[in-house]
Design a protein around this ligand. Sequence first.
Ligand code: L34
Length: 295
Amino acid sequence: MSAKIISGTEVAKQIREEIKAEVQELKAKYGSVPGLVTILVGENPASVSYVTAKQKTAKELGFYSIQDNQPEDITEEQLLALIDKYNKDEKIHGILVQLPLPKHINETKVLYAIDPDKDVDAFHPVNVGKLVIGEAVFKPCTPAGIQELLIRGGVEISGAEVVVVGRSNIVGKPIANMLLQKAKGANATVTVVHTGTKDIAAHTRRADILIVAAGKPKAITADMVKEGAAVIDVGVNRIGVTPEGKAKLAGDVDFDAVKEKASLITPVPGGVGPMTITMLMKNTLEAFKYSLKNK
Ligand code: L34
């Protein structure tokens, strides 16, 4: 079997059109637009690239948007004060602090400081808890993008055997929680494998849907994949530089070999990445609509 390659870039474009239309409608009706601030500490090249893409998209969709760059040596206290300022700013509906943060800053403390109503990443413990009990207001961006790709790719999720590779707070844990909910676009049987798992391949070979967020190129080879599986590759590994001087990217899946066995596969780049950015816009729109209701 040769897999259908599902373009995150294309699906993201469709969703962005939907968001853009809704923003215009709301602007005409209420005279205001969704506001997003992205806070970047330091100059990690991957983070710079992701945050730049987020800002560009926000502007294209007609959002009010602020890129707030802070030096690597900002103190935790200063960063917390900055978050507090945006918590109180009525034009801002979504606050995103790009991760990872420098080692001298306590990430948990920073995530706790964001007003849960403006937590468009859904990393605040209140939003994590709501997700687990099936009451999510915001779904974290990368997992939400994965779920949307599966739904729009026509993959049957209900009753499927899902295997998630990786247990991060950003991807593995939340996507596992989302797909096991008794809900539309979910209701799957979910297994999470990680560095403590005895025989990873024994699990991945059972998967109807294989979601890979391992952070390691070629972590998943063809022998680890069931014939006809849907494979979602969340990895973005920088494996070198192209002749044009751009970063050369690879996912966590051995794409060329696995695409011959899977029924559906996402590419890197152009798969989950663009969906992550789009779901951030969707969450910011939701936060804006929520603020209109509470005026
Ligand atoms: N707070 N920190 C916070 N929220 C997030 O949702 C993220 N993440 C992850 C890292 N830190 C975060 C992102 O935004 C990963 N991530 C992310 C976002 C976008 C892309 C990849 C990861 C993306 O657009 N990738 C492109 C390639 C971009 C490039 O050339 O580097 C792709 O096509 O996959």
